[in-house]
Write a protein that binds this ligand. Sequence first.
Ligand code: CMP
Length: 156
Amino acid sequence: MAAMRSDPSPTRLELLRGVPGFRGRTDRELAAAARLLEEAEVAEGTVLIREGADGQQAYVILEGWAAVTVHGEPVAALGPGQFVGEMAMLDRGPRSATVVAKTTMRLLSIGPEAFESFTGQPDITRSIARSLSERLRRQEAGQASNESSAQLKEEQ
Ligand code: CMP
């Protein structure tokens, strides 16, 4: 992955401003946050995260899209403003999914130190908690419909 400048450019601040959890921050606060992050550009097809692996790196997507698969099955597409790789950082478990760049992507890479600092900030923690909650809700709704279709099949 090609690491790029670490000096926060104005566009980088604008992009960061669009990330839930960073909204409403002053330029100064955004610049301080951006300095903790490394910007990276990855080509389409790059495996950002491999299911089952260890990993202590999360990302904020600035531009582009990634596909998330679990046991080879697509579960989600993630795009600008979204966090990826935060689960293993939170619970120190193995990676829950494989994440592959579907386009060229620009990312901000969040190492353990920056993650520690960000998760001490209520807005960011709330935004991560919200996305985990949405994910769980979607998953449970999916499971419920799978269960009911399995039940329907059994009853037929
Ligand atoms: P992590 O488990 O560290 O590594 C894989 C990442 O894929 C995970 O963190 C989440 O960021 C993301 N991910 C896993 N499952 C889903 C899902 N169902 N929907 C969206 N993103 C997911």
